[in-house]
Design a binder for this molecule. Structure first.
Ligand SMILES: Nc1ncnc2c1ncn2[C@@H]1O[C@H](COP(=O)(O)OP(=O)(O)O)[C@@H](O)[C@H]1O
Ligand SMILES: O=P(O)(O)OC[C@H]1O[C@](O)(COP(=O)(O)O)[C@@H](O)[C@@H]1O
Ligand SMILES: [Mg+2]
Length: 536
């Protein structure tokens, strides 16, 4: 049975100011039981027209998936983020102080229009469905927190990534400079820091220089997520805004915190900022630190190239990060012109026989006298496991620990050419993985980190919660956390980007072999991620 909300917003686009009274229960859709809410606007709504109380109806079914009732507009979907009013309907909202700040004083349109949404897909055809949209990020006219009541905290979890310190810095400076917030706590050592460590007070002064350093000023950890202990601690400390910087695992933890906060009915906004050097988070255009990593990888590739072209039959192998997603390897290969072959977890390969890697290496050595292979750390894990008879180990967060495919491949190539082909080759194996992720972010990533921090602040101040921020087609949006944790972003071999790489390196696609074809067909399944984990 559908629930029909009479309006999404109680005010019209043409009004300059919003009601200063408490929002009614209809101001924001109630979807407490949903992992994320999908709303389909009915007939009167339009992307062009104002979203006012008369022009919009929002329909939601109990399971959050809306059965279309209007054939003409059934395909406009807003995957909305929760708002604190959904479980705290009687609390007041306040005028946003941003307009009074020096920075925003003369901005023409300080506040994001409540109707603004960001389209998930921008390449469409005339007859395309209008598709999925996300709420546009940015400052709102009304905020849910008075500046003086805000007690924010920041935590960083999971592996390192260039730019974490910039995000921390910009959350602290942004909260302080834009909203006058003074109470900002740093939770040290990841999730477990909530209940096992003291906090550190963060001020614009104390974080002023941290963006110049790699790593995380607050330290990080894997494992240790205990939802109840964390939320108890949030309550005990009187924290009401939680900024969580981390990857897919961290965002799952953030979703659990948000749900517990909602269950307890406490006034706490939970904002996730996606961090992943692997670029394995879906929906967002790319993750911060990724560009920096690709740039730094060029130095390693260049070193490998210099080494191997200076000797006879030089074969260089550069291992880059990428547990399940080969984006760094793919982009680093495309950026460099020195890579002969790129191997990623998503693309099966094989060594022996026609069309195999050994044949290709020999061909390039004959043509050029040297060659460079770029390898994502998650590539070929099943072969390595077979060779090493290794059993699967996991880290404290439950992530599968990878075997060293770089060492394995180096040995395999050496053995093949020495023992089978009776050819002398010069192998150079470079593993710059930790060096790449431990550096500070570059200029463009620094700007990106600033935008993420500001979007998160504006969202939390406005009362949104359970969201992740990030650019969708270059416009920053609030995305339901569960939306970014339900699948993993991987390189799609059927997309043109991988074809561009193959066209650039002219490497084999390795799809000639029957066994590989079978695996490739399996990998095309929606369940690719699970399949990959179990097959390692
Ligand atoms: N499914 C989950 N539910 C709750 N917390 C999780 C979950 N998966 C991971 N975490 C927590 O998130 C943190 C970071 O996770 P991890 O996978 O190590 O890194 P990342 O977030 O970078 O992917 C850890 O503290 C871990 O306990
Ligand atoms: O050795 P650590 O610190 O566990 O990190 C290794 C892993 O971290 C990663 O950088 C990804 O980390 P996250 O899951 O934290 O984003 C992988 O590329 C790599 O396999
Ligand atoms: Mg992860």
């Amino acid at each position: 049975m559908d629930t029909v909300f009479t309006s999404f917003y109680p005010y019209s686009h043409s009004r300059n100011s919003l009601p200063s009274t408490s929002p009614s229960t209809n101001d924001f859709p109630s979807h407490t039981s949903l992992s994320f809410a999908k709303f389909v606007f009915t007939k009167q709504s339009s992307l062009r027209g104002p979203f006012n109380s008369h022009s919009i109806k929002v329909r939601a079914s109990e399971d959050g998936l809306i059965p279309p009732t209007d054939p003409q507009n059934e395909d406009f979907i807003l995957e909305d983020v929760p708002h604190l009013t959904s479980f705290l309907p009687d609390l007041p909202m306040y005028t946003n102080p941003l307009k009074k700040t020096q920075a925003y004083a003369i901005v023409k349109q300080t506040f994001v229009s409540p109707e603004d949404v960001v389209a998930h897909k921008v390449v469409v055809q005339k007859e395309s469905a209008r598709g999925v949209h996300f709420r546009r990020a940015g400052p709102r006219e009304k905020v849910f927190f008075k500046s003086e009541e805000v007690r924010a905290c920041i935590v960083t979890c999971g592996g390192l990534c260039p730019g974490i310190n910039t995000v921390i810095r910009e959350i602290v400076c942004g909260l302080n400079n834009m909203y006058g917030v003074e109470e900002i706590l740093g939770i040290q050592g990841g999730y477990r820091g909530f209940y096992s460590k003291n906090t550190v007070q963060l001020t614009p002064k104390s974080v002023n220089d941290i963006h110049k350093r790699g790593g995380t000023f607050l330290q990080t950890s894997r494992g240790g997520h205990d939802t109840n202990k964390i939320v108890d601690n949030i309550q005990d400390r009187g924290i009401n805004q939680v900024y969580i910087i981390g990857g897919d695992g961290t965002q799952k933890g953030a979703a659990a915190i948000y749900k517990e906060v909602e269950r307890r009915g406490i006034k706490v906004a939970v904002a996730g900022i996606p961090k992943t050097i692997d670029n394995d988070i879906v929906v967002i255009d790319k993750s911060f630190g990724f560009d920096t990593a690709v740039e730094e990888a060029q130095r390693a590739i260049n070193a490998a190239h210099v080494e191997v072209e200076s000797v006879e039959n030089g074969v260089g192998i550069v291992k880059l990060m990428g547990r399940y997603s080969g984006f760094i390897a793919m982009h680093a290969t495309l950026a460099s012109r020195d890579v002969d072959c790129c191997l990623i977890p998503e693309s099966p390969f094989y060594l022996e026989g026609q069309g195999g890697l050994f044949e290709f290496v020999e061909q390039r050595l004959k043509e050029n006298g040297h060659m460079v292979i770029v390898l994502a750390e998650g590539a070929g894990q099943e072969y390595v496991a077979q060779s090493f008879h290794a059993s699967a180990e996991i880290d404290a967060s439950g992530n599968r620990l990878l075997l060293d495919v770089g060492l394995w491949l180096t040995q395999k190539i050496k053995d093949h050419f020495t023992n089978v082909r009776k050819m002398a080759i010069n192998m150079k194996y470079i593993d710059p993985t930790y060096m790449i992720r431990a550096i500070p972010s570059n200029a463009s990533d620094n700007i990106y980190c600033t935008l993420l921090a500001h979007s998160a602040i504006h969202g939390a101040m406005a009362g949104y919660t359970g969201f992740t921020v990030g650019p969708v087609n270059s416009r920053h949006a609030y995305i339901p956390i569960s939306r970014v944790t339900e699948t993993t972003n991987i390189v799609k071999l059927t997309d043109r980007m991988w074809a561009r790489l193959l066209a650039s390196t002219n490497q084999p696609s390795f799809l000639g072999c029957e066994a590989v074809q079978e695996r490739f067909a399996n990998k095309m399944d929606d369940d690719f991620h699970n399949l990959k984990i179990t097959s390692i």
